[in-house]
Design a protein around this ligand. Structure first.
Ligand code: 3PG
Length: 199
């Protein structure tokens, strides 16, 4: 379970991460969509028990900025050979967003076999991923975009889907209202649901 976070303020990062950890989630993707993203990553970099990644990374310069801030992996909405190259250069795993066989061919050429599928629900959901997995049996897919507690198990039923990502347990309103207990509850439910799906 990779929660995708859009921070309003950097000081939301630590209480949010603690709420997720209390719910059994020890990974977080902090997006660069707001000015608070980069300082939010910096704030979490010292939290050893949390694997901290950066999201919405679209340029090689973003890669440098988030790695300098302490990000341990980078996620992109699309596939960019330049971002993949810079991530490899900086020694961090990159999870590129893919929406087509062409994207997957770019990833395969860069020896990247763990990809995001974005926006997963609009692309066709699990059926889209199952179709693309056929010619790319080495690929592992993390659906993102429109995935919910109600649909996540449909994706996890696919053997090529080891992870899913989404924002429902870290919705902006929960952060704004500092509803950390609700974050923990939603994280707990998501983890329990995934465990059931994975047997
Ligand atoms: C995103 O880019 O925001 C992620 O893919 C999460 O999408 P979601 O908000 O639909 O869960």
């Amino acid at each position: 379970m990779v929660p995708v976070v859009v921070l309003d303020r950097a000081d939301q990062a630590l209480p949010l991460a603690r709420a997720l950890l209390a719910g059994g989630i020890d990974v977080i993707e902090v997006t660069l969509r707001t000015a608070a993203g980069l300082p939010g990553i910096e704030a979490l970099a010292g939290l050893d028990e949390m694997l901290v990644g950066a999201g919405s990374v679209v340029t090689p310069e973003h890669v440098d900025a988030v790695v300098d801030a302490g990000a341990e992996f980078v996620v992109s909405p699309g596939t960019s050979a330049a971002v993949l190259q810079q991530s490899a250069q900086r020694g961090v795993p990159a999870v590129p967003g893919t929406s087509s066989a062409s994207d997957l061919m770019v990833c395969a050429a860069a020896d990247v076999t763990e990809v995001k599928v974005f926006p997963a629900a609009l692309l066709g959901g699990p059926a889209h991923i199952a179709a693309l997995a056929a010619p790319f049996p080495q690929m592992r897919f993390m659906p993102s975009g429109g995935v919910s507690a109600a649909t996540m198990n449909d994706y996890l039923a696919l053997s090529c889907v080891p992870a899913i990502s989404g924002s429902w347990m870290v919705a902006p309103q929960l952060l704004r209202e500092e509803r950390w207990h609700d974050v923990t509850t939603l994280a707990t439910e998501a983890v329990q649901g995934a465990r059931v799906a994975l047997g």
